[in-house]
Design a protein around this ligand. Structure first.
Ligand code: G3P
Ligand code: CA
Length: 238
């Protein structure tokens, strides 16, 4: 079963920052997961929330700042003073960090609160510029965004994110269409996931931080987990 570092190695570093991704790039894991939003000047930046309030020393919506304005805030010291001075990364900067590795990159489009018109094409342009088409998985809770991705670049792997249980995941994702489903940990314990796996679906599970869950999911036949602590999961699955 593959391991993806969720927001980088977010158990030990400030989430979605270069230090968190650098740590992940040095581990023998399958890949990383990151979240993207769009700035006022249409730059794709890596951050989980719609606002910078929780993970920086500033306040306000990403969509209302230019990249240059966002760069003035500190995205490390909320986590630990050891990381003060970390800046918000652009998607391009994170992709560049992985240019020399074989890690897969799961880009989650955070378009479920604000649609960020045009973000899908901008993300795909960055991915193509870095020649990472084969290594990228685009996911979103906004399945209309995935339809846009599929229309622009049908060859890119996309994955529908689910927080809820569906009775028939396989049929649903074929309508988007997406290749994979990324489901929450409680959902992974439901019978509809066993059914999806029996039907040959690609299922990845978020966010798995307990070793006993990881071992259960491996036995179930889940393809990958997203974890904040990839080193702990490497131990659990060895
Ligand atoms: O992509 C899996 C997981 O990251 C989705 O939830 O809230 O951590 O972005 P969230
Ligand atoms: Ca995410």
């Amino acid at each position: 079963m593959d391991i993806f570092a969720h927001r980088g190695v977010s158990a030990n570093y400030p989430e979605n920052t270069i230090v968190a991704f650098q740590a992940a790039s040095e581990l023998p894991i399958a890949g990383i997961e990151l979240d993207v939003h769009l700035t006022a000047d249409k730059e794709v930046v890596v951050i989980h929330d719609e606002t910078i309030d929780r993970t920086s020393n500033g306040s306000g919506y990403i969509k209302d700042f230019t990249l240059q304005q966002l760069r003035t805030f500190d995205f490390g010291s909320w986590y630990s003073l050891d990381y003060s001075g970390e800046v918000i990364p652009t998607l391009g900067e994170v992709l560049e960090l992985f240019a020399g590795t074989n890690h897969r990159i799961n880009i989650e489009l955070k378009t479920d609160v604000f649609a960020y018109e045009g973000i899908e094409a901008l993300v795909l342009k960055e991915v193509a510029a870095q020649q990472m088409t084969e290594r990228v998985i685009i996911s979103s809770f906004n399945h209309e965004s995935l339809q846009t991705v599929s229309q622009i670049a049908p060859y890119i792997e996309s994955a529908a994110l689910f927080a809820e249980v569906l009775v028939d995941f396989t049929t649903y994702i074929s309508l988007i269409p997406s290749k994979a489903m990324h489901v929450s940990l409680p959902t992974a314990y439901r019978k509809s996931i066993k059914l999806a796996l029996a039907e040959g679906a690609t299922v990845r599970v978020y966010t798995v931080n307990e070793q006993q869950d990881a071992r259960y999911l491996q036995q179930l036949g889940i393809q990958a987990i997203f974890t904040d602590d990839p080193e702990k999961m490497l131990v659990a699955l060895s």
